[in-house]
Write a new protein. Structure first.
Length: 75
């Protein structure tokens, strides 16, 4: 993930901006890798005796709705 403020973005050359924009092409790979690592980490902590509680789809939806103002502010 790359996060830049507008002031920093505006200071970049067009070539540097293009590199960062083109880097978005790696997003699907990065997300898949993170999912795989998440599964591996959960398996590891479960193997050590930790209890892991999964959230239901309804709980996730409720959380997303609750966080909507934050998401909209920073999108």
């Amino acid at each position: 993930m790359i996060i830049l403020g507008k002031k920093t973005w505006d200071k970049l050359s067009e070539d540097d901006r293009r590199i960062l924009i083109d880097a978005k092409e790696t997003t699907p790979y990065q997300r898949e890798l993170n999912r795989w690592r998440g599964v591996q980490m959960i398996g590891s902590v479960k193997a050590r005796g930790m209890t892991v509680t999964d959230m239901t789809k309804e709980e996730w939806a409720r959380m997303r709705e609750h966080l909507k103002p934050v998401t909209e502010k920073y999108t």
